[in-house]
Ligand binder design. Structure first.
Ligand code: PLP
Length: 924
């Protein structure tokens, strides 16, 4: 095989070929061991018997290919041991009959011919140079045989039932029929076998027969085809539509017809293969831009200016491998600004995204006709086969005459048009389909995330589960199949190397039982193959006086949260945590953050009373993002003078994290109000906190140090004195300065909340997510807690910076609510919010919580201007101080901004860290 397949770089060439047969001693008749490699000169035998170098042995090799063993006179040349005992011996053949040497030779040749599929990627077989054109097919055949023998081939499993949520397949491996849960179909709304679609197709078969008989431009268009075109045009808000035999040839043909010699197509790097292939066969040029990166698109368009005639930007509405949605509005704006047309492939968006599944443009509330070309397929949500382009009547008409894949390929049967029309009617009429689909998507995705799986950035019915390695994926595929889950394994080259994944597709018709069973199997295999941490059951540290327990019931967790009341009883500045929120956060999956992490909560009791509590958890999202294996300690509280108890508590929590694979322990992270510090790792010790900040007792330092943790990073707290003349002068000067002529600073618009929050997340993720301890927010996660704060947000203190209509920065501040909330004893309700304006009257302090700027606008004084405007607004309200909080000590940019306005550091938080060594656990 070596001559035809490029050797993988990381594979060592071996003189000896791998072997696997038993070796016996002819003298004693007993087994010596198992041969693991072999040449005609010698072999290596794994054995736990002790042989001395130079020992002569008459060996019998039981080759599987021959019933009569091969005899060889050998001498031990090498011995291997692991320090405590022998591992094996290398022997040289000193004498062998010619017939036996020939047998060995034959065995070696046969083995060399066999290909170990584990060593190859599917993509290794595309380019095998050989005089014989078919050589590649022979080599690939060997690969397939080896894959089959290992049970790894899980492609093309023939269905023997409708493609519903449960299917029957012909199982090639057992030769029997098998029922499976279908998690791999694009039949998102379950319409492939809807009774109405079947009925209408049957009626049309009876009326028109089973084939179209010709290409559509000649004799192959039926009235029902035309009816379908008009219905599709209406669905997409376009003048007309043209249909094709498949979605693939739709893209292929449309791009080939429109993008000619002097033109350029600019496509997203993750565009579907049919878009790429369309570009390849077109006579024009094509360029790519970074996935969903509007700036990269703009740069590509800029570079294209003047070099081409016509320009078109092509994106997928929903990306078929990652399930994420293109930022279509921004992409369209940029494309149009540079005089380019925009085309969007709605294959996986139709039926799924936007109101009632009308698609991505609707999702972004774009007007009909804003997208120049909408491409779609009939083969996914619409339950049939084929593709379409919806556009202006002129474009559609042109395509009918100049698209080769249209006029050189026969139309699909009229019955398909009938079934698709019926499916569209059902989709438009039956709201519950779309609703069920989204309930299922949310449930399935959040459950996977809570188990710790990386589901990339999906926002649709396509839910990838990242595996990251083709061999593991093959092995897991086999097991998924055996467990009755029909899911597609996506290897390279369909996705980049290292991003191999399972691609689950959720349908409206999946039952909770289907999804739960799939989750159960995926969790089991995920743990077994190390994709998510292994579960561990911990034995409990028992002590006469102290008892560490893992708690999980709602009542116990509530009790552990209420424990804070005891810790801070005497602490004058303490504002009680919002108890209800904390409950939700700590024990249910209602909060995004806790759907993403996996962990346990512990208490330590002294004579049955809680004296300390801590949560220990693994945040796979954090670990994947930072490529690390961290475990967090958090929500820590303990009474004074309980060193021994706390040591046991922290030891137990640490053991859990280490068993779950943590190599670094970080903490403490704490929950405050609805904000979690999902990545915002902070703790202040013994200082009076501001609104939304964290409480802790000064003695917590000692507890953490005693547990072997040491300070890792500081987060700074600044105060700007708004009474100081010097500061007032700086604030006023900056507030009036204009660092960029096109810069506009405005208040946040709470009535356009969703889009404002989206801008804030985007800027936050670009600006702060890379900082130590932070992770990018997912949009939904951010929305969740932004919604919680919406009623507390005063738009005077939340300012957005815009350049040419695009938000590029923000600052977010609050009044110092802490004093108001102090009296609520942890209970927040609508009544207390209503009373807020009255209680606010005495407030003289403000808190500036977060601030972000996109990279391009950093270092231009925009941050200082934003902050000065927020300070000015606070001054106008008669505030005397404003606190700038949680500024990471190494975030020089932010520090400078606050210092420009006279900010002084007056306290800091410390984040602790530890790299645990091997941990001795009492049950190991
Ligand atoms: N476009 C995208 C984004 C797709 O995912 C697919 C199909 O898988 C196609 C086009 C091609 O559609 P069809 O399967 O109908 O040929």
């Amino acid at each position: 095989m070596g001559i035809v397949i490029k050797e993988r770089k990381d594979r060592r060439r071996q003189e000896r070929i791998p072997a696997d047969f038993s070796v016996f001693s002819r003298n004693t008749g007993k087994i010596v061991g198992r041969a693991v490699n072999l040449s005609t000169e010698g072999l290596f035998i794994e054995t736990s018997d002790d042989y001395k170098k130079g020992t002569k042995l008459l060996l019998e090799c039981a080759l599987a290919s021959d019933s009569i063993p091969v005899k060889a006179y050998c001498v031990v040349k090498r011995t291997e041991s692991n320090g405590t005992g022998p591992l094996g011996i290398g022997v040289e053949i000193v004498n062998i009959y010619d017939s036996d040497r020939n047998k060995l030779q034959k065995y070696i040749e046969e083995s060399q011919k066999k290909l170990n599929s584990d060593d190859y990627y599917l993509s290794d077989f595309t380019d095998i140079p050989d005089q014989d054109l078919f050589k590649k097919t022979e080599v690939f055949w060997q690969y397939k045989l080896d894959m089959e023998s290992k049970g790894y081939i899980r492609y093309r499993r023939p269905l023997a039932s409708p493609s519903a949520h449960r299917v029957i397949i012909d199982d090639d491996f057992t030769g029997k029929k098998k029922e499976m849960i279908m998690m791999g179909s694009n039949n998102y709304l379950g319409l492939t076998s809807h009774p109405e679609a079947k009925k209408k197709a049957q009626e049309i078969i009876n009326k028109y027969g089973v084939g179209a008989g010709s290409v559509p431009l000649l004799a192959g268009t039926f009235d029902i085809h035309r009816k379908l075109e008009l219905k599709l045009a209406k669905l997409k808000g376009c003048e007309d539509a043209i249909i094709f035999p498949s979605g693939y040839v739709t893209n292929l043909g449309c791009i080939q017809a429109l993008v000619r010699n002097q033109d350029v197509a600019i496509i997203d790097r993750l565009s579907h293969a049919s878009i790429i292939d369309g570009c390849l066969i077109s006579s024009g040029t094509f360029r790519t831009f970074k996935h969903s990166d509007v700036e990269s698109l703009e740069n590509t368009l800029k570079r294209a200016e003047g070099n081409y005639q016509g320009k078109i930007v092509i994106v997928d509405g929903v990306y078929s491998m990652d399930g994420d949605i293109a930022p279509l509005r921004q992409i369209t704006d940029v494309a149009h600004r540079y005089g380019a047309k925009i085309m969007v492939d709605e294959a996986h968006a139709t039926g799924v995204i936007g109101e009632r599944g009308k698609g991505t443009p609707g999702y972004f509330k774009m007007k009909p006709g804003e997208i120049d070309i909408v491409m779609g397929t009939l083969s996914k949500s619409l339950g049939g086969v084929g593709g379409f382009i919806a556009s202006t009547k002129e474009v559609v008409n042109y395509l009918r005459y100049y698209t080769r894949s249209f006029f050189f390929s026969s139309n699909f049967p009229p019955s398909v048009a009938a079934s698709v029309i019926a499916a569209m009617d059902v989709m438009e009429r039956d709201e519950s389909l779309h609703k069920n689909l989204w309930n299922n998507i949310k449930y399935f995705k959040e459950s996977l995330k809570s188990l710790g799986f990386n589901t990339a950035h999906t926002e649709s019915a396509i839910i990838p589960v990242m595996i990251g390695d083709e061999l593991t994926q093959k092995q897991m595929s086999r097991r998924m199949h055996e467990e009755g889950i029909y899911v597609n394994a996506i290897p390279h080259p369909a996705v980049p190397k290292g991003q191999e994944r399972f691609r689950f597709s959720v349908m409206a018709t999946h039952t909770r039982e289907d999804l739960d069973r799939t989750l159960e199997v995926t969790e089991k295999l995920g743990r077994e193959y190390g994709i998510i941490p292994k579960t561990v059951s911990l034995s409990v540290v028992k002590d006469e006086k102290y008892n560490v327990r893992e708690i999980s019931s709602r009542e116990e967790i509530e009790k552990s949260v209420k424990f804070s009341w005891k810790v801070y009883e005497e602490y004058p500045a303490w504002v009680p945590y919002f108890l209800i929120k904390d409950h939700v956060k700590l024990i249910s999956y209602d909060y995004h953050y806790f759907r993403k992490v996996y962990g346990k909560r512990f208490v330590v009791e002294e004579d049955g009373e809680i004296v300390g509590t801590v949560s220990a958890f693994i945040d796979s999202y954090y670990n994947n993002y930072h490529n690390t294996r961290a475990g967090f300690l958090g929500f820590f509280e303990a009474l004074f003078g309980k060193e021994h108890a706390v040591a046991k508590l922290l030891q137990q929590a640490e053991q859990f994290l280490v068993r779950e694979g943590a190599e670094t322990i970080l903490g403490p992270v704490n929950g405050i109000f609805g904000l979690f510090g999902g990545g915002l790792l902070s703790s202040n010790y013994g200082k009076t906190p501001s609104f939304l900040q964290i409480y802790s007792q000064p003695y917590y330092h000692d507890y953490f140090r005693s547990a072997g943790l040491s300070p890792a990073k500081k987060l700074l707290h600044y105060t700007i004195d708004l009474k100081s003349q010097e500061n007032i002068k700086a604030i006023k000067e900056y507030a009036q300065s204009i660092p960029l002529p096109e810069l506009k600073i405005r208040k946040i618009n709470k009535s356009d909340w969703k889009s404002e929050v989206r801008s804030v997340v985007r800027i936050f993720n670009e600006s702060l997510a890379q900082l130590w301890g932070n992770v990018p927010f997912d949009y939904e996660e951010f929305v969740e807690f932004a919604d919680e704060f919406k009623s507390l947000i005063d738009p005077e203190f939340w300012l957005m910076a815009e350049v040419e209509g695009e938000a590029i920065g923000f600052v977010g501040g609050f009044p110092q609510y802490a004093s108001v909330f102090r009296d609520l004893d942890g209970k927040i309700n609508t009544k207390s919010i209503v009373k807020l304006p009255f209680q606010m009257r005495g407030i003289k302090d403000g808190v500036l919580m977060i601030m972000g700027l996109t990279d391009k606008y950093k270092g231009k004084k925009i941050g200082t201007v934003l902050l000065s405007k927020a300070c000015e607004a606070m001054m106008k309200k008669g505030y005397e101080r404003v606190a700038g909080t949680w500024i990471l000590e190494e975030n020089i940019g932010s520090r400078r901004i606050v210092e420009n306005l006279g900010g002084k550091v007056d306290l800091h938080w410390e984040m602790y860290e530890k790299s645990p060594g091997s941990v001795v656990t009492n049950d190991s």
